[in-house]
Design a protein around this ligand. Structure first.
Ligand SMILES: Cc1cc2nc3c(=O)[nH]c(=O)nc-3n(C[C@H](O)[C@H](O)[C@H](O)COP(=O)(O)OP(=O)(O)OC[C@H]3O[C@@H](n4cnc5c(N)ncnc54)[C@H](O)[C@@H]3O)c2cc1C
Length: 500
């Protein structure tokens, strides 16, 4: 459905209305919104689709209670309406989940302020889905949770997703409308020539470079945006890491918001794809953006401390962590040097010498961000932008011949032969890590980097991708190397864990 890789010469022979740089959720949303309007549009991703921040989020399609608490009612309302839309359109891929906010004696916010916030939160979404739980009910719903000063909890709902699958589903939808996407193709420069752009690109699979012609360019490269924007730096890269933990060691059935004992920051502990996910951290990320982000020892210790103080009866150690993941938030800097957690999280769109750059924002609001970016290029006018914001027309149609797991991503099907076969045929898998870390999450949610799964599907994968035994060995080494370096547990080589 995303089709075979097109040779660079073939891309260079065409005149594109719009070239979108970046294959995260922002780029995918722009590709879809542009293709739906009949534009001839091409998206290029330097690595794999969703390889950037869009595979490394907290997986929440949400209004964001923190935004409402900060008084940002507009951002909250937009996010909530998009949440409701996605829940309706992509059941299974975006699912309503129960969140618990434990209340403790003398700790702000207490029951009544939380109730007021949640009343407004639900009101803005057009639902009523919150209630107070007394201490006994909380103990039943979240066994093992620290009961010191616990008086009860507020229960409310938001939504969870698989961010990668959301990107893929959006790209597949765009492809149905004629949008073209190509991964492992890096944009190395753009130049304005009269009313057009010349865009230099490198094919990272087959090698080779070329120059593409486009009427408009949108730089949707998130945390990398400053490199291609042609303007002064605006992005403050902030890293956030999560741990994927053996669910037998830390079982939870709801999304819990718990406060870190060191700095009082809220951290989520939630069930996701069969494991328990804990995060996030929020730190400046001054590292080289060409090197994949990874969780540091300090972040691991910070999150383990949270778990072991909030769940005093379980002792979770680094051995119970299946995998880690770190993402870099493209936060638009206020320039005031504030604490990372206090920076605003909405997006910005700006233009420099004709190139429109969009960065920041959230997974949840990708459709609105796409409309803002298209407006800035002039490809849609203010009227189309307004009606796009308000429309009730569905974004997604059922995909012909795609298994349920692709349409709606039913969780149990991740480890399913039919699903994997379809991915190999239709979702531009180039390397084994694309399949294990992004098309599926088997490398994150299974112990030992999902080696058992690899053994099971070896023949299927080799056949589907035409790999001989040598290529298979190279891909396994590449995948395990990446897993150990960027998705493993700091200080604990994967191989050592696997041997043990
Ligand atoms: C820890 C964390 C938790 C979060 N939790 C949530 C949450 O729960 N809910 C929510 O709504 N939002 C959340 N967010 C925010 C959300 O994940 C991001 O806003 C969103 O994923 C950004 O998407 P993007 O497409 O703009 O960027 P990205 O996903 O980073 O995509 C940009 C892409 O551009 C590519 N690229 C860069 N340079 C080039 C080039 N030269 N040529 C071609 N391609 C290039 C990159 O490889 C990358 O894939 C979270 C973010 C983080 C870090």
């Amino acid at each position: 459905m995303l089709g075979k890789r097109q040779p660079l010469e073939q891309l260079a022979q065409q005149q594109w209305d719009l070239l979108v740089i970046g294959g995260g959720i922002t780029g995918a949303g722009i590709l879809l919104e542009a293709a739906r309007r009949g534009l001839k549009v091409l998206l290029l991703e330097q690595t794999d689709y969703a390889w950037g921040t869009s595979s490394r989020s907290s997986k929440m399609v949400h209004g964001g209670l923190r935004y409402i608490a900060q008084g940002d009612v507009r951002l909250t309302r937009h996010s909530l309406l998009e949440r409701e839309r996605l829940l309706k359109e992509l059941p299974g891929l975006v699912e309503r989940a129960t969140y618990l906010f434990p209340l403790r004696k003398g700790v702000f916010p207490g029951r009544w302020p939380m109730k007021a916030i949640l009343w407004l939160y639900d009101f803005l979404a057009g639902i009523r889905d919150h209630r107070y739980l007394n201490r006994a009910e909380v103990e039943k719903r979240a066994p093992g949770l620290n009961t010191d000063g616990l008086t009860g909890a507020m229960s409310y709902t938001d939504a969870l997703t698989d961010d990668c699958r959301l990107v893929m589903r959006t790209l597949l939808e765009a492809a149905r409308h004629g949008g073209l996407a190509q991964n492992y193709t890096r944009v190395t420069g753009t130049q304005r020539v009269a009313e057009r752009f010349e865009v230099s690109v490198t094919d990272r699979v087959n090698g080779g470079t070329t120059t593409l012609q486009a009427r408009h360019v949108i730089n949707a490269t998130g945390a990398w945006a400053d490199r291609l924007s042609g303007s002064e730096s605006r992005v403050r890269p902030l890293r956030g890491s999560h741990l994927f933990i053996d669910p037998a060691r830390l079982p939870v059935s709801d999304c819990l918001t718990v406060m870190h004992p060191d700095d009082g920051r809220p951290v989520f502990v939630f069930p996701w794809e069969g494991v328990t996910c804990v995060g996030t951290t929020d730190l400046d990320h001054p590292e080289d953006m060409d090197i994949e982000a990874s969780a540091s020892e300090r972040e691991l210790q910070y999150l383990l401390k949270l778990i072991n103080t909030q769940f005093p009866d379980v002792t979770v150690s680094r051995d119970d962590v299946y995998a880690t993941i770190a993402g870099v938030r493209p936060v638009i800097a206020s320039g005031k040097g504030v604490d990372p957690s206090k920076e605003r999280r909405d997006h910005a769109v700006w233009e420099s010498d004709g190139i429109v750059t969009v960065s920041g924002g959230k997974l949840t609001t990708f459709r609105l961000i796409a409309l803002d970016a298209l407006l800035a290029t002039g490809l849609i006018d203010a009227r189309a932008h307004r009606s796009g914001q308000k429309t009730r027309e569905p974004m997604y149609q059922p995909l012909d011949n795609a298994p349920q797991a692709v349409q709606h991503f039913l969780h149990a099907s991740q480890d399913d032969q039919g699903f994997i076969e379809w991915l190999l045929d239709n979702e531009s898998v180039v390397h084994l890590d694309d399949l294990m870390l992004r098309r599926t999450r088997l490398g994150l949610i299974k112990p030992n980097a999902g080696l058992v799964v690899l053994d099971r599907y070896r023949a299927l994968i080799q056949q589907g991708l035409g790999w001989d035994d040598d290529r298979w060995e190279q891909e396994v080494q590449r995948y395990l190397g990446l897993h150990e370096r960027f998705y493993g547990v700091p200080g604990l080589p994967d191989m050592e864990r696997m041997a043990g």
